[in-house]
Design a protein around this ligand. Structure first.
Ligand SMILES: *[C@@H]1O[C@H](CO)[C@@H](O)[C@H](O)[C@H]1NC(C)=O
Length: 146
């Protein structure tokens, strides 16, 4: 009789523990940052790495809150089950923005964001716009660089 109580209690503890570990199994992502000396035409990449949580994970990337899909010069690669890499093959003024990686699994999700801001060489690009008689476009596109 005493033995069966022990078995029952052990089974209950196991059951409760499985709940606790499932709860703590939501993904946690490592923070990532873009280089702060990015110039027009450069190549840049950041990695979204899961540091804890229960696989399988689903990765999604957003730019300024919108899903990143087939944008020119931007691609996403699933490096392995715990990592997704965002590659911007040629940084341009349209690359500026707030990039978010979101990782979810059965239990929950985590999100990390980083701001990309292109520096330098704006004058070069701006002169091009002005030559094309588009001073306003230049001012709008590069307002963060002045
Ligand atoms: C970037 O986007 C994330 C997710 O939408 C948001 O929580 C965060 O506040 C944004 N960061 C900035 C600096 O706008």
């Amino acid at each position: 009789m005493a033995l069966s109580w022990k078995v029952l209690i052990t089974a209950m503890i196991c059951f409760l523990q499985s709940f606790v570990s499932a709860d703590s199994g939501e993904p946690k992502i490592k923070a990532f940052h873009f280089s702060n000396d990015l110039e027009l035409g450069m190549r840049e990449s950041v990695q979204c790495t899961v540091k804890s949580g229960d696989p399988p994970f689903e990765f999604s990337w957003y730019k300024d809150g919108l899903t990143l899909v087939d944008m020119r010069d931007i691609s996403v690669h699933k490096t392995d089950n715990f990592m997704s890499t965002l590659v911007i093959s040629k940084v341009n003024s349209d690359s500026n923005g707030n990039y978010t990686c979101r990782v979810s699994n059965k239990v929950g999700f985590d999100e990390k964001s980083a701001i990309l801001s292109v520096k330098g060489e704006w004058l070069h690009a701006c002169v091009f716009e002005i030559v094309q008689q588009n001073l306003v476009l230049c001012l709008v596109k590069y307002r963060n660089s002045f």
